[in-house]
Ligand binder design. Structure first.
Ligand code: AGP
Length: 608
C-alpha cells in the first residue's frame, strides 16, 4: 500500500516526512515525493524508485524548508510507477496539493466532468482528480471544500491536503484506507501507520471513516463530512517499532490474511457498476469476448492453484474450454495453441521467470495474453497485451494469501463477464451472483474470527509427518492451495489429491492418526467426498472436514469440522481457503518458524 506522512508545527517538516516514510518502506512502493510550504509557495519534489533517491535529491530535506508538509510513497494502482505519477499532486495553480492512499473508483467519470470544465490532466492517476476537484470546489474555506469533494468521490482514500491559502494548517481525511493523527509539543502529524511517527510521539488518534482532521502547530480538531465538530479520544501507543510495522500482528502473513476482506473489496468494487461487470482493462469488446474459443491459464504455485479454480468456474459458467498449465511446463512442451485461443497468465509479483517465459511464448505465437498481476509496472504487466490488476497492495510474506484471494476475484469476474456476453447468464442471474460476490468480504471477516480455534487445532499437528488434503472439483483446487500453504511455511510434508484419485495408490500412505483434510463445499459432490472420508477413516485417518454451514451430517464421519458460510459454490474457494491459510500459519508458528520468511523460498522466483 502507499505510505503517507505529514506534519505541521514548529519543526522542519521535510526531515520528519523523510524519516516517517522510511519507516513505512515495508509497505512496498515504487516512487516517492513530498510537498512543503516554504513560506511563500508549495514546493514539490518527486522521484521514481527508492526513497533514497528523494532523500538525495532534496539533500535530506534541506532544499525543502518549511514547517507544513506532506509526503508519500506510492504503490502504483492507476498509472505506471514514474516521477509524473508519483504523489503529491497539484491543482493547476499549484495552490492545493494532495497525497492519497486508496482507489478512487469513480475517477474516470470525475475526470471527464472536470475536463468539461477546462481542467487538464498531467498524469494517469486517480489521485490527480482529487487535486482538481478540490480546486473546483474551493471558495476559500478548505473544510467546506473538502466536505464537498468527499460527497463526490467513491472508493477508498486516506488523504493529506495542503492549501497555500491556509499555510498554517494541515488537513487529512480517510475512508477505508488507514490514517492516524499524532501530536506532540511541537505540532501535529499524520501517517498511514504508527511506525512513521513513533520516533516523535506515542499520542495518537485513530481517524475513522469520513472524519476530517484539521491540524495546526498548537491545535487539533476533527469534523464529520457534514462539517460538525467531533470529539475523539487520544490513545497512547505502547508498541515497539518493529511490531508497529506489522500493525500489531506477529507476522506480515497474519496481517495480510486479515487484510483479505479489504483486498476483496478493493479488487471487486471498481469492476461492478449498476449490476454489470465492467473490466475496462481487458480492452476487448463483448463480441471479442464471446468469440474466445479456448482459454489457456498459465501460472506457478498458488497462482496456478487459482488458475485451477478458474478452470472450474469459467467452464462451469461460460462453457469455454479451459486448459491450466504450470508455467515451467508450458514453456517447454511446445503447447498447442489454436486460433481463437486466449492466454491468461497469473502472477502476484509479476516477475516469475517461468510465467514471464510462458507469456513470451504465447505472444511470440501471436496470441493475446491477459495478465492478472498484483505489482503495477512489473515485467509481466508491461509485456502483456492487457492487465487485470489485483488491488491487494504489496504482499510482504512469502506465502501469498491476500493476493491469491484477489486473483480468485478477478477470475470470478472474468467467468461471469464471459458467461453473460455468451448468454449463459441472464441479467437477473448475473445480479444475483454479483450480490454473492459482494458478501464475500464480510464472510471472510467472520471466518477470520476463528483464529484461536484454528490455532488450538493446529497445535495438535506441529509434530505431524504427513498431512493430506482431498477434495473434488473446486474443492480439489482448494486442497491444492491448502496443502501448499501448510508445507511451504511449516515444512510438514503434505499432498493434495483429487478425492476420487486417492484409492489409486496414495491411500496406502494413510496410517493410524494421519490427518486428512477433506474439503466438501460443493453440493453436487458432497456425498462423494463423504464416502472418501469413510474410506480414509477406515484406514485410521483423523479427518478434518471443511464444509458449508448446515452440513452437520458430516459430523457422523469427520472427527473435526470447520464450517464456512454459504455462498455460490463457484465462489467457495474464497471462503474455505481462509481456515486452511490459518491452519498452515499456526502450525508454522507452533513449530517456532518465521512464517514470513520460510527457508529456501523467495517472494518472487525470478530464476528458472
Ligand atoms: C505461494 O504462497 C508461494 N509463495 C509460491 O507458490 C508463489 O505462488 C509462486 O512462486 C508464484 O509467484 P507469483 O504469483 O509471484 O508468480
Amino acid at each position: 500500500m502507499c505510505g503517507i506522512v505529514g506534519y505541521v508545527g514548529s519543526k522542519q517538516a521535510a526531515e520528519i516526512i523523510l524519516e516517517g516514510l522510511a519507516r513505512l518502506e515495508y509497505r512496498g512502493y515504487d516512487s516517492a515525493g513530498m510537498a512543503v510550504y516554504d513560506g511563500e509557495k508549495i514546493r514539490i519534489s518527486k522521484t521514481a524508485g527508492r526513497l533514497k533517491v528523494l532523500e538525495e535529491s532534496t539533500r535530506g530535506g534541506e532544499t525543502m524548508p518549511g514547517v507544513l508538509g506532506i509526503g508519500h510513497t506510492r504503490w502504483a494502482t492507476h498509472g505506471i510507477p514514474n516521477e509524473t505519477n508519483a504523489h503529491p499532486h497539484f491543482n493547476k495553480d499549484e495552490t492545493i496539493t494532495v497525497v492519497h492512499n486508496g482507489i478512487i473508483e469513480n475517477y474516470i467519470a470525475l475526470r471527464d466532468l472536470l475536463k468539461k470544465h477546462g481542467y487538464e490532466f498531467q498524469t494517469e492517476t486517480d489521485t490527480e482528480v482529487v487535486a482538481h476537484l478540490l480546486d473546483y470546489y474551493d471558495k476559500g474555506d478548505p473544510l467546506e471544500t473538502i466536505t464537498k469533494v468527499l460527497h463526490r468521490v467513491e472508493g477508498s482514500y486516506a488523504l493529506g491536503i495542503i492549501f497555500a491559502s491556509h499555510p498554517d494548517t494541515l488537513y487529512a481525511v480517510r475512508k477505508d484506507s488507514p490514517l492516524i493523527v499524532g501530536r506532540d509539543d511541537s505540532g501535529c502529524f499524520i501517517a498511514s501507520d504508527v511506525p512513521a511517527i513513533l520516533k516523535h510521539t506515542r499520542r495518537v488518534f485513530y481517524v475513522d471513516d469520513q472524519e476530517i482532521a484539521v491540524m495546526k502547530a498548537d491545535d487539533l480538531a476533527f469534523y464529520s463530512i457534514y462539517g460538525e465538530r467531533i470529539e475523539k479520544e487520544e490513545v497512547y501507543v505502547d508498541w515497539d517499532a518493529d511490531a508497529a510495522e506489522k500493525g500489531g500482528y506477529e507476522h506480515f502473513m497474519l496481517k495480510e490474511m486479515n487484510e483479505q476482506p479489504k483486498t476483496v473489496t478493493d479488487t471487486l468494487s471498481p469492476r461492478i457498476r449498476d449490476g454489470r461487470i465492467v473490466i475496462e482493462e481487458l480492452n476487448m469488446s463483448d463480441e471479442e469476448l464471446a468469440a474466445v474459443k479456448k482459454i489457456h491459464i498459465v501460472a506457478c504455485g498458488s497462482a496456478y492453484h487459482a488458475g485451477v479454480t478458474g478452470k472450474y468456474v469459467i467452464e462451469g459458467l461460460a462453457r469455454i474450454p479451459v486448459e491450466v498449465d504450470l508455467a515451467s511446463e508450458f514453456r517447454y512442451r511446445d503447447p498447442i495453441l489454436e486460433e481463437g485461443a486466449m492466454v491468461i497468465v497469473i502472477s502476484q509479483s509479476g516477475e516469475t521467470a517461468d510465467t514471464l517465459a510462458a507469456l513470451r511464448e504465447a505472444r511470440n505465437r501471436g496470441f493475446r495474453v491477459l495478465a492478472i498481476v498484483n505489482v503495477v509496472g512489473s515485467s509481466i504487466a508491461r509485456e502483456a497485451d492487457a492487465v487485470m490488476y489485483t488491488w491487494a497492495g504489496p504482499e510482504i510474506a512469502v506465502a501469498t494469501t491476500k493476493a491469491y484471494s484477489a486473483q480468485l476475484i478477478n477470475l470470478y469476474l472474468l467467468a461471469l463477464k464471459m458467461a453473460h456476453v455468451r448468454g449463459r447468464l441472464d441479467d437477473d442471474e448475473l445480479v444475483d451472483m454479483i450480490e454473492d460476490l459482494k458478501c464475500l468480504p464480510q464472510q471472510i471477516e467472520l471466518l477470520l474470527g476463528n483464529q484461536k480455534r484454528i490455532q488450538r487445532f493446529a497445535n495438535r499437528y506441529i509434530g505431524a509427518k504427513d498431512i493430506f488434503f482431498i477434495g473434488r472439483g473446486i474443492d480439489y483446487s482448494i486442497a491444492l492451495e491448502g496443502s501448499l500453504k501448510l508445507k511451504e511455511i511449516s515444512y510438514v510434508h503434505s499432498e493434495a489429491y483429487a478425492a476420487g484419485e486417492l484409492k489409486h495408490g496414495t491411500i496406502s500412505l494413510i496410517e493410524e492418526g494421519t490427518l486428512v483434510t477433506a474439503i466438501a463445499t460443493q453440493p453436487e459432490l458432497f456425498a462423494k467426498t463423504v464416502s472418501n472420508i469413510v474410506e480414509v477413516k477406515s484406514r485410521g485417518a483423523f479427518v478434518l472436514a471443511v464444509t458449508t454451514e448446515g452440513n452437520d451430517e458430516i459430523e457422523k464421519n469427520a472427527d473435526y469440522v470447520i464450517y464456512v458460510p454459504q455462498t455460490n459454490p463457484y465462489f467457495m474457494n474464497s471462503l474455505a481457503i481462509v481456515p486452511l491459510q490459518m491452519f498452515g500459519y499456526y502450525v508454522s508458528v507452533g513449530k517456532g518458524y518465521d512464517a514470513d520468511h520460510p527457508r529456501n523460498l523467495a517472494k518472487s522466483v525470478t530464476v528458472e
